[in-house]
Design a protein around this ligand. Structure first.
Ligand code: FES
Length: 580
């Protein structure tokens, strides 16, 4: 794609606040001078907002204040004026009922923080799962020049000589405790070994996936995604990102110039190649909605179907982000996609160059970590989009995280009406279930949980784990942690709480899963299905006030990204009225 930079110098939006000698200008400028800024900083140079998701309660982003200083250094060097702006931060491992409930709130907050303040360009300082999509969504809706720098992954965890992957091993160890293969003391010892440094989850979980998506979309500088949080090169990346945003403002290089349909297709294929999280599906659909790109679930299946998973990282593979970085990181993957004819090479990136310009010289330093296509982890990476009478609007499954033997399966439904029902029943040895059954979890979608929690990979009953069985077919309208694995059908739409067919599944119904045929089917007659749907009533009370009500009333289905109906689209950067 050819991008024609805007003319420079020209008047920037920040001059609406700080340019001239009027009473209002002096009000805006004079007050900021109480921080000791010299007058010449208000001479029309780009003002860069460093939108920082640091929070003591978002440990994955706990080092971002330090990183912000490096961004600032870069902005100063390039002749810009950096101002750090704290924005809403939702930690994946802390926020209840689920961080996903706050992604749209964070997106709305950052959108307004960018539009309502004198910001000409933004550095999106993100890391933990929801912080990356939310800030990208907010920036997309303002279309103010923006660039992502992520906090980077934690160093490898190690426990008794083995790599310990964030999340992935938490699920493994907790199942081992349930199965009697690990005692509580060992579990606590393992806890200490999981998180050795600052940074995000070190698996190819959602945080690493979304960092990779930002880079594949062209919204982060090449090589950003994999650099460990504590590596000095992470700080270098922050500094050169600070330099780069100043030029992006001068050139007027906006999110809408970069996030085209081709860029989204590159990101979807990248997700297949890295064995990325199913959460990328909802986030990219929502992000596309903000820039007005017509992206659907079917694009996920179409683009991702024939992409082999070549990145050998947990949860699909063996290694962690640290090794991915040493092997060459995402540029190697993008180069391999390009060589295989699976990359729009001329897609523009924040560097002002095409993606191919950025990655064509990349080298693979470890072919066990980034595998040659002939030794791929799976030939059919990506996300399978399933449809049928159980999910008329679609459901997703990650084949690379599933058991091949279960990809075609017929089994008896064992139904949990919601997560509380699951928790009450799952450890009961009297539960009528065996490994051939299909576990069905309802009311965990966007409206149901609320927030669409990551409970789709519900743990198996202890009596089955004790037999040495580690996977069963599971179906829900929930999400799954990007660090998790299993034959898990997710994001079933419409969701149960909105009266989707998942709501009317009963214990003993037979369910058929056929991933190759992209089919998920409840084996009852159409008449029976219609009759059950007609008599369905919601099981939960609806929220009457506060953000929970706003969320419930406006959140859309997972099949379109679970954004709020009133937040879709780009509203631009114009503000209109002055503050006085
Ligand atoms: Fe924050 Fe995984 S919980 S990155």
């Amino acid at each position: 794609m050819t991008f024609k930079p805007a003319q420079w110098p020209r008047k920037l939006r920040s001059q609406e606040w700080y340019g001239g000698t009027s009473r209002d200008t002096i009000y805006h400028r004079g007050w900021l001078k109480n921080q000791g800024y010299p007058h010449d900083l208000f001479d029309g140079r780009p003002i860069i907002g460093i939108m920082n998701t640091w929070s003591d309660l978002t440990p994955c982003n706990g080092h971002l204040r330090e990183l912000a200083e490096k961004v600032k250094a870069g902005v100063w060097e390039a002749g810009g004026f950096p101002l750090e702006v704290p924005v809403f931060s939702a930690s994946e491992n802390t926020f209840r009922p689920t961080a996903m409930m706050y992604r749209n709130l964070a997106a709305m907050a950052v959108e307004e923080a960018m539009r309502g303040q004198p910001i000409d360009g933004a550095v999106l300082l993100v890391g933990c799962d929801k912080t990356t999509p939310s800030l990208l969504m907010g920036a997309a809706s303002t279309d103010i020049p923006s660039i992502v720098v992520t906090g980077g992954p934690m160093l490898n965890g190690w426990f008794r000589g083995e790599r310990v992957g964030s999340g992935t091993h938490l699920w493994k160890f907790s199942e081992a405790v349930k199965a009697g293969d690990m005692n509580q003391e060992e579990f606590l010892e393992a806890e200490q070994s999981m998180s050795r440094s600052s940074g995000t989850c070190n698996t190819m979980g959602t945080a690493s996936t979304m960092a990779s998506m930002a880079e594949a979309l062209g919204m982060a500088l090449s090589g950003n995604a994999a650099i460990p949080a504590v590596d000095s090169r992470r700080r270098v990346m922050a500094q050169i990102t600070g330099r780069r945003i100043v030029q992006m403002v001068k050139d007027d290089l906006k999110p809408s110039d970069i996030m085209t349909k081709e860029a989204f297709e590159n990101a979807i294929r990248t997700n297949g190649a890295i064995g990325g999280s199913t959460n990328a599906v909802v986030h990219l659909l929502a992000l596309a909605g903000r820039v007005g790109i017509d992206l659907t679930l079917d694009d996920w299946d179409r683009c991702g179907k024939d992409v082999p998973t070549i990145v050998n990282l947990m949860p699909s593979g063996e290694y962690l982000m640290e090794e991915f970085f040493y092997a060459g990181g995402l540029p190697v993957v993008l180069k391999m996609l390009g060589e295989g004819g699976k990359l729009h090479k001329d897609a523009l990136t924040v560097s002002g160059e095409t993606v191919w310009d950025e990655v064509s010289g990349a080298r693979n330093w470890d072919e066990d970590v980034i595998r040659p296509v002939e030794q791929a982890l799976t030939d059919q990476g990506g996300i399978a989009v399933l449809r049928g009478n159980l999910a008329p609007n679609g459901a997703v499954l990650k084949p690379s995280a599933a058991s091949p033997s279960l990809l075609k399966h017929r089994g008896r439904a064992v139904v949990f009406e919601d997560i509380d029902d699951y928790k009450v029943k799952i450890d009961d040895d009297q539960l009528d279930i065996d490994e051939t059954c299909v576990m069905v979890l309802k009311n965990c979608g966007p409206k149901g949980y609320p927030g669409m929690s990551e409970v789709g990979n519900m743990g198996l009953p202890p009596k089955i784990l004790k037999k040495g069985i580690t996977d069963m077919v599971r179906i829900s309208d929930a999400r799954m942690s990007g660090t998790a694995y299993g034959t898990v059908v997710l994001h079933t739409a419409p969701e149960a709480a909105a009266g989707g067919p998942l709501a009317i599944v009963r214990n003993g119904d037979m369910i058929e899963l056929d991933v190759a045929a992209r089919r998920i089917h409840l084996d009852i007659s159409d008449d029976e299905l219609t009759e059950r749907l007609a008599s369905w009533t919601p099981i939960h009370e609806l929220p009457e006030s506060g953000y929970a009500k706003l969320f419930h009333d406006h959140v859309e289905g997972a099949d379109t990204g679970a954004d709020f109906d009133f937040l879709k689209g780009c509203r631009g950067s114009a503000v209109g009225k002055d503050s006085h």
